[in-house]
Ligand binder design. Structure first.
Ligand code: FE2
Ligand code: FE2
Length: 318
């Protein structure tokens, strides 16, 4: 089934596509779960639509997992951006609390994935191309659904248990997934095209918003956790301002990247501790353990991007 000495371009396309789906298809599936859990009984039609998106992303994830054994990147498998040591427990608890079925077998399969052996199955690139196209269509529909619900919420036609800015946030994540997918389909490999600057602009904002959401979803009596969340939001706000001010100047870019890493390690630690505390029923809040584990994986994704970036790339032309 396997052949050695594949053209590296095909290997990159296959590996980067699968790495992307393993992370983002799960993220999208969970957005559908959070939305489904947030609708009120009168909006059952919306809840059903969210349920369908969840099932469709389960299928994408299943396909990506099936194709990923011995194909996914070691760095991605080790980054804990796909699953953490808390994901299975978070899924079980969130299913128990919401009544929404969550397919844990996918998580179990993902935990068993073995890294790339340097060979790509013959003909798999056609399969990957079709998977990318299917995911692009689905994610376009899901982004439209998120935008539609946001409009309904902001026009006060419906109310949900999510903040309007949470809908904006999950919409932006879908748009980012689409942007990366489109580049892959045009053979513009993500590692070469999506520069670190663009990733930082996107993820610094996402990290700040996570801290703000957590702060607002904590019970007001959780003063210490609220304070930590506020401090983290301020930290990422400062990083966003610095990035905008300093741009891509080579001298400051490396230093700012180190600051990004320290800040992201800090918020990842906050989210990891918070998830364990929520699982142990030690936090008063409106947070589900799957939501905090989800944001932890997004921090781990950003950390991997920051840490694996080849130093010196930005020296070119800066
Ligand atoms: Fe997300
Ligand atoms: Fe997020």
């Amino acid at each position: 089934m396997f052949e050695t000495g594949n053209v590296p371009m095909i290997g990159n396309f296959v590996r980067e596509s699968l790495d992307l789906h393993l992370f983002f298809a799960r993220i999208m599936k969970e957005h559908a779960i959070f939305m489904q859990a947030g609708f009120l009984p009168k909006d059952v039609t919306y809840a059903q639509q969210a349920e369908r998106f969840k099932c469709q992303y389960d299928e994408i994830l299943k396909e990506a997992i099936m194709l990923s054994d011995c194909t996914a990147s070691m760095a991605v498998l080790e980054s804990r951006e796909l699953v953490t040591d808390k994901t299975l427990r978070a899924e079980q608890k969130t299913q128990d609390l919401t009544g929404i079925p969550i397919d844990r077998s996918l998580t179990i399969e993902e935990l068993k994935l073995k890294p790339d052996l340097g060979t790509i199955p013959v003909g798999v690139e056609m399969h990957i191309c079709a998977l990318n196209q299917k995911t692009r269509d689905l994610t376009t529909s899901f982004a439209e659904f998120k935008a539609h619900v946001l409009e309904q919420v902001t026009q006060c036609c419906i109310t949900t248990n999510l903040f309007p800015s949470q809908f904006e946030h999950v919409y932006e994540e879908a748009v980012f997934y689409l942007k990366l997918l489109e580049r892959l389909q045009k053979n513009q490999f993500v590692d070469n095209r999506v520069d670190l600057f663009e990733q930082k602009v996107f993820w610094d904002e996402i990290m700040r918003e996570h801290a703000e959401f957590v702060r607002h979803l904590l019970d007001p009596s959780e003063k210490e956790r609220c304070r930590k969340a506020r401090d983290l939001a301020q930290l990422f706000d400062q990083l966003e301002q610095k990035l905008k001010g300093e741009g891509l100047a080579a001298a400051s870019f490396e230093r700012l990247t180190q600051e990004n890493i320290r800040a992201t390690l800090a918020i990842a630690e906050f989210k990891a501790t918070g998830t364990e505390s929520i699982l142990a029923c030690q936090v008063k809040s409106l947070l589900s353990p799957l939501l905090t584990d989800h944001t932890l994986r997004e921090a781990n994704y950003y950390l991997r991007v920051l840490q694996t970036w080849k130093s010196g790339y930005y020296g070119k032309g800066c």
